[in-house]
Design a protein around this ligand. Sequence first.
Ligand code: SF4
Length: 303
Amino acid sequence: MKTIAYSNPFVPPEWIAAHSLRPRRLRPPAAGGDAAVEAIRGLCPFVRAFLAAVRRDADIAAVVMTTTCDQMRHAATLATRDAVRPVFLLNVPATWQTPTARALYLDELERLGRFLVELGGSRPSPARLADAMLQHEQSRRCEADDSANNVDNNGDGIPLALIGGPLLEDDEPIFDLIHQAGGYVALDGTEGGPRTLPASFDREQLESEPLAELARAYFDAIVDPFRRPNDGFYRWLARELPRRQVRGVVLWRYVWCDLWHAEAHRMKQTCSVPLLDLDTCRDDDGSLQRAAGRIEAFLEMLQ
Ligand code: SF4
């Protein structure tokens, strides 16, 4: 079975699986070692790592990227030019409040379906798609239960929210560093966490029009600062911070990421608790340690 790599939460893995292909969400390690990728200036560490992983991993048959930020868009152009793997660029409309925007996203999913068929996937029947949707919903539920249990297990210290874009595989120690400094992540607002999950599927719609229901669940529900307007992101923060009794927010952002940089000021103004704007370049091994030092000072201030 061919593997299709993707990185963004707006790519529904059940749509790929329904085509009898294997979806794989990439959370790559830093791009170190790929001289061609490292030579590209101005890309955020995640985009560089994503490009390097796609070039390196021979199991990946094709890659789906999205238009959700300029850097990813630029990376899609580079990957297409590189021609190591076929690339599909999914156009996710930034505006979301009109039925036209959702219809555009649905059209894009259909276009993605044609790309998957060209790669050797089989066009799914509505029943097969509905089946894949139910299976993925079930595994999301199990993962959510697991991570809720983990939060409970680590739930001593000062509750923090970790908010930001996608984490690299090498960023994983950040959770332990927070714990060692006397806090814990009560709310994971990074990409891939609860903030970027689709809504539950409506059972009636799933049976009658599964693809339209898939588009609704993803397009209407995912909370992301790239959306215009992005008030939904701030409503989500205003709801979730008190619900998890969060006492401080760590904004984890890469220095080249314009999207999260642009939100830092507004987040500081609107969050009900103090915010640590943690810009990281991930260019060397010391960057996590520097982050740890700043987190420690932040937690001391919150004592
Ligand atoms: S971290 Fe920022 S620049 Fe990098 S992929 Fe995400 S939104 Fe784009």
